[in-house]
Design a protein around this ligand. Structure first.
Ligand SMILES: [Mg+2]
Length: 257
């Protein structure tokens, strides 16, 4: 049973947040949202970004913001800090990537032939492990067409998951929940199998495994859009959507310390 965020009582040691539709509002990070994250960091609660966006975004976030770590490409590539260095952790063996790449481009051609209007997302060029079919960012496919892409790609042997904007697909056997457990072990220094001290917040279908894995999981209000399709529901729900929902969480964490 999903409860209102106001009923969350336990303290939160770090915030794991999705980016699109959670950190962003209408596709932009509002100044007030960024300020809320800075305030949280200043209070000693670090922020980990967890996104389906390309590794290149993760590199930029790590370089230009104080985030502790960035999980990108749905767990395909994770950035952590080691002193002044950025370290990359891959969700699949890096040596296998060129061959997967070739197969993924072949699959893209097949999907484009079978689903009119489907095309690679404009950020696919900056991805290392996965690729993305744009269904709802610059393209406007129906949910059904997006699901057809998911089915075709899974049949071709890839993992495929639909976010609010893209259908991400790639080699099997990597996921963002495992990547987050790695961040917990390597950076936060606690048992990666115990995610209970940490809060995850997200807004879409591709966050469902995270809602299943994090005991303290929160959906921002816009997740109601996909509610019936969620295989795992978040434990808590904010009152407001997108960035406003994230700010609600930050205020709640700070008030409950
Ligand atoms: Mg999202």
């Amino acid at each position: 049973m999903t409860r209102p965020l106001s009923e969350l009582r336990s303290p939160v040691r770090a915030l794991f947040t999705d980016v699109d539709g959670t950190l962003t509002t209408d596709g932009r990070i509002e100044a007030s949202t960024y300020a809320a994250l800075e305030k949280l960091g200043a209070a000693g609660v670090p922020v980990v970004l967890v996104s389906g966006r390309p590794a290149a975004f993760g590199h930029a976030f790590m370089t230009m913001t104080p985030v502790l770590a960035a999980v990108t490409e749905n767990g395909g590539v994770t950035f952590i800090r080691e002193g002044k260095q950025l370290k990359k952790l891959y969700g699949v063996p890096a040596a296998s990537l060129p061959e997967w790449r070739r197969r993924m481009h072949e699959a893209t051609v097949d999907v484009m032939a079978k689903v009119p209007g489907a095309r690679l997302s404009s950020d696919s060029k900056y991805r290392e492990v996965d690729l993305a079919i744009d269904w709802n960012e610059e393209a406007s496919l129906s949910k059904n067409d997006a699901e057809t892409c998911v089915t075709l790609l899974r049949k071709a042997g890839f993992t495929a998951t639909r976010s609010s904007v893209h259908v991400n697909f790639g080699p099997p056997h990597f996921d963002k929940l495992s990547a987050c457990m790695g961040v917990v072990r390597q950076v936060l220094g606690t048992d990666g199998n115990d995610l209970s001290p940490y809060l995850f917040v997200g807004d879409a279908l591709n966050d469902a495994p995270m809602f299943g894995g994090f005991p303290t999981s929160v959906g921002v209000a816009n997740i109601k859009h996909w509610w019936d399709e969620l295989s795992f529901k978040p434990a808590y729900l904010t009152e407001r959507p997108e960035g406003a929902g994230l700010r609600e969480i930050v205020e709640h964490i700070l008030a409950n310390r």
